[in-house]
Design a binder for this molecule. Structure first.
Ligand SMILES: [Fe+2]
Length: 526
């Protein structure tokens, strides 16, 4: 009886200091410089859960944090209860400390960093995928989980701005598989609680609602785009698991690419990720349906880097374009000026597959730069001048040093195991496009167009130069959909808008005149 009493007492003490929350993750539904979506799991019985956050570190004293936000969405999936708190109105390029607190306790203190809104700052991200464990008959099965944990540990050591994760998280949708996956994902937080956001893609091992339910992506279609670093980079997460060439997805993709090409908000770089490769480097057939659906769009709208997955090998291609001309191989030909570099193909621990080695062990196709069987992922450094890509192998992880949160973008940790194949360890894509004519002048005048207050609650005022002629004002939401078009009369210097009935988020405003286009952003909160 005495033993039982002490057990109850101990449990009571433990529960008063421990959190009922676990399996933390972060994602984006909107502008990564001013918003973040904090997700976690609880047991489904907790109440009054909130994220308490601040630019000042208050440890686990939740009541000292200046800001807090409630749960925006609760979602059950595979017997796990997922909670999502969507933070808005954040300051760009800023560290926020936070805890999750509910009636069962307070989490450890964690932190995240908002992305910059200025392309000159630069961005570092990790691109990978395929962390599923597999059947005992698959090659490399025994190494699945250790390799996954090694990749996750490397995230904490490299501290990228975010991870793009290209599908096939788990072998099959089950509670135990997702518990294992989230247990391992906590390695990415390192020893100091740095939560690195993840931009997800749906793989063939996910059911159609999994990514939406578990990572709270912007829509149930599991395809979306995000503008990053001001106009530095636009990331497209595409869904290769829809049947055939899905017309709705293609229309959305075409419209989004058009909106961000040859316009005032054109990014320096466009990056696409999707699960099933066009031409795999394991011994599979090409996916001609997806090639016909997407490849020419990528090329037309100046995508420069594409990450594929699914084949469980590592590959980097030379820049390539579609072609049936002499010298082409499997529908593609090397083109260093206009080509797209394809990387992948999903080695975040999944069972490794045999390489397709038509030319030699290094080369499946005549445009393959190099390929290898290894666990790992690609590390991408993005600036206005160039993108640099390195492949990181998940080996000797314990010897790898630690990047500090205060280090500049693209700081590499000591002893990082960078793959050094025959054609070199560093893939560089130089920015060779020019922004549309007149854009530089328009950008210099950008400060003359601005919105206030920031953030805006119900009414927001757009201030601009005195119009000498009629002008068109167009407002787009963060998914690139036009939500308002207003004719502005000549002679006015500002326009007040009512955002009361609009969802929270970041909106882009364009004022189009005969002399050019100016743009600014509205941050709207309720
Ligand atoms: Fe797959």
């Amino acid at each position: 009886m005495r033993t039982l009493f002490f057990t109850f007492l101990q449990l009571a003490l433990i529960s008063s200091v421990m959190a009922g929350t676990r399996f933390y993750r972060a994602s984006y539904r909107d502008d990564p410089s001013t918003t973040i979506d904090i997700g976690w799991c609880d047991d489904g019985t907790s109440t009054n859960a909130k994220v308490f956050y601040d630019v000042v570190d208050h440890g686990t004293t939740y009541s000292s944090y200046a800001f807090n936000h409630v749960i925006d969405r609760t979602q059950s999936a595979y017997s796990l209860n997922h909670q999502f708190s969507r933070l808005t109105g954040l300051t760009p390029n800023t560290i926020y400390y936070f805890v999750v607190h509910d009636d069962q306790g307070t989490s450890a203190r964690m932190y995240f960093k908002t992305l910059p809104d200025n392309p000159d700052v630069g961005i570092t991200f990790i691109a990978g995928g395929d962390s599923r464990t597999g059947t005992v008959l698959e090659a490399g099965y025994q190494q699945c989980r250790p390799n996954r944990q090694a990749c996750d540990s490397l995230v904490a050591k490299i501290r990228p701005d975010f991870v793009t994760f290209n599908g096939d998280f788990v072998y099959s949708g089950s509670s135990s598989n997702w518990i294992d996956w989230f247990t391992d994902w906590q390695y990415t937080l390192g020893t100091d609680g740095h939560l690195v956001p993840i931009i997800t893609v749906m793989g063939n091992h996910e059911a159609s609602t999994d990514v939406y339910n578990i990572f709270d992506v912007p829509n149930t279609n599991d395809y979306f785009s995000l503008g990053i670093g001001g106009n530095l980079l636009r990331v497209y997460s595409l869904n290769s698991e829809l049947s055939g060439c899905d017309a709705t997805q293609k229309t959305w993709l075409t419209n989004d690419l058009q909106l961000y090409t040859g316009t005032a908000n054109e990014p320096y770089w466009k990056f696409v990720q999707y699960h099933v490769p066009f031409v795999p480097h394991a011994n599979y057939s090409s996916n001609t349906t997806l090639i016909d659906c997407w490849a020419s769009l990528f090329q037309q709208y100046k995508v420069k880097l594409a990450c594929e997955a699914h084949a469980h090998v590592i590959k980097v291609t030379w820049p390539i374009v579609t072609s049936s001309a002499s010298g082409s191989d499997h529908g593609f030909i090397r083109n260093d000026t206009n080509g797209i570099v394809y990387i992948g193909e999903g080695s975040w621990g999944a069972p490794q597959r045999n390489l397709y080695t038509y030319y030699n062990a290094n080369q499946a196709y005549n445009w393959t730069r190099n390929q290898v069987n290894s666990a790992g992922f690609q590390l991408v450094c993005v600036s206005t001048q160039k993108m640099e890509i390195r492949t990181v192998q998940a080996i000797n992880v314990n010897n790898v040093g630690q990047v500090q949160i205060s280090d500049p973008p693209c700081t590499l940790p000591a002893n990082l195991p960078i793959w050094n194949p025959s054609n070199g360890s560093l893939v560089t894509i130089n920015y060779n496009g020019s922004l549309p004519t007149g854009i530089s002048n328009i950008l210099q005048e950008k400060q003359k167009l601005f919105a206030y207050p920031v953030p805006a609650n119900d009414k927001v005022t757009i201030s601009f130069n005195k119009l000498i002629d009629d002008a068109q004002m167009e407002i787009y939401n963060s998914l690139g959909a036009k939500i308002k078009s207003i004719l502005l009369a000549s002679g006015i210097e500002s326009k007040e808008l009512d955002f009361t009935d609009f969802p929270e988020g970041t909106y882009s405003v364009f004022v189009i005149t005969r002399s050019g286009i100016q743009s600014c952003k509205i941050i709207h909160v309720h």
